[in-house]
Ligand binder design. Structure first.
Ligand SMILES: Nc1ncnc2c1ncn2[C@@H]1O[C@H](COP(=O)(O)OP(=O)(O)OP(=O)(O)O)[C@@H](O)[C@H]1O
Ligand SMILES: [Mg+2]
Length: 350
């Protein structure tokens, strides 16, 4: 194109333990428009604690999702999270070029709780302080075995992974393109999935740090299934609040609340750690995304337990889309599920 705005189209593929989500998005100089999107449930045991247990099921569902959304899709941006990834921010003396790289890798080696040989590392210089002659560097290390297992299923599904991101950065990205960031409000972006809860802290209008908690909605699912003696299909309906007339709502609420203790204490630990690290007394608000934001009674419970106001994330807030693309589902009803894939699809891929 000679004249006119350049547009970039990127596809974000979010392989979650409970469902795979795909968003194809166009970027016209910072204006985003969704061109295709789809969600496909995975069998509950196909991925457990981010470990791919049933490769064939994952490959089949990725292929089917691409087929039903846009069969022409080839290149995708993917994300990883949980125990296979480590994100850290370090401060070192200001350096540039090869010298900087050497110093960063050296520092990373000192800190990593694993062998540098076993991980793939990436870094990004986020802040340079000329006065103090220091710079802040964001380090991301992914275990090779873990990373390869995801890259392999994507390739075996006939796709080409062009960029690897983390869920924590994807939710930040999605927040940044949809909200005006108030630098005075300390914000926790909390994405509760099936097996992992990703938390990204934003302070002074900028990324501060991130923590993944190894717990999510699976515990709720398992407890509802057991307590109400439901099959998988009905459990999924109950957790989506679609069985209001056939199950006792007080008992449902009590079951949900009692099954999130481990997750809640994980979040509480992450919050207090952040507060001491960032030297702040309060977290002003939580932006809640992930499927758990849609579970009845849960957001209210988290809000009262942590005593922090919650807003349910709307990653479609600033994005153009055709509501028909969502077929029978109302977009605003499932929007929080899309925080990660939208954040991925907003990445610029060269
Ligand atoms: N429409 C809905 N209403 C209520 N709850 C929902 C809805 N959709 C999903 N959930 C709940 O959220 C859970 C998982 O959400 P999500 O899709 O964010 O997890 P995931 O990304 O697959 O998992 P992970 O990120 O941990 O790998 C579902 O298993 C279900 O319990
Ligand atoms: Mg997820």
């Amino acid at each position: 194109m000679l004249f006119g705005t350049r547009s970039n189209t990127t596809v974000g593929l979010d392989i979650g333990a409970s469902s795979i989500k795909l968003v194809k998005m166009e970027n016209h100089g910072g204006n985003y428009a969704i061109r295709a999107m789809g969600i496909r449930d995975l069998p509950v045991e196909a991925i457990v604690s981010e470990e791919i247990k049933d490769r064939d099921a994952v490959i089949f569902n990725i292929q089917s999702l691409v087929e039903q959304t846009d069969p022409k899709i080839k290149e995708v941006v993917l994300s990883i999270s949980g125990h296979g990834v480590l994100t850290d921010k370090i401060t070192i003396d200001k350096k540039s070029g090869a010298e900087a790289e050497q110093a960063i890798l050296f520092e990373a080696e000192q800190r990593a709780p694993f062998d540098v040989e076993d991980v793939t590392m990436d870094y990004h210089i986020v802040n340079v302080d000329d006065e103090l002659n220091k710079m802040d560097v964001l380090l991301v290390a992914a275990r090779n075995e873990f990373l390869t297992s995801y890259l392999d299923v994507i390739q075996d599904a006939g796709l080409k992974p062009v960029l690897v991101d983390t869920d924590a950065f994807a939710i930040l990205n999605s927040y940044e393109i949809n909200y005006d960031i108030d630098p005075d409000r300390v914000t926790a972006l909390v994405n509760i999935g099936y097996d992992v809860t990703n938390i990204t802290f934003v302070k002074d209008g900028k990324y501060h740090s991130t923590r993944d908690v190894s717990a999510g909605a699976r515990m709720i699912y398992d407890t509802i299934q057991r307590e109400f003696r439901l099959n998988q299909e009905l459990t999924a309906k109950a957790i989506r609040g679609e069985m209001e007339s056939s199950i006792d709502q007080d008992m449902l609420k009590a079951t949900i609340v009692s099954s999130v203790e481990e997750m809640m204490s994980g979040i509480e630990v992450a919050f207090s750690y952040f507060k001491s690290l960032a030297k702040v007394n309060t977290i002003d608000w939580i932006i809640l995304s992930g499927g758990a934001a849609l579970i009845p009674y849960l957001p209210e419970f988290i809000q009262s337990k942590l005593n922090v106001p919650i807003e349910i994330a709307n990653p479609l807030r600033n994005i153009e889309y055709d509501p028909d693309m969502f077929s029978y589902i109302q977009p605003e009803r499932i929007a929080p599920l899309l925080a990660v894939p939208i954040g991925l699809a907003a990445r610029k891929v060269k």
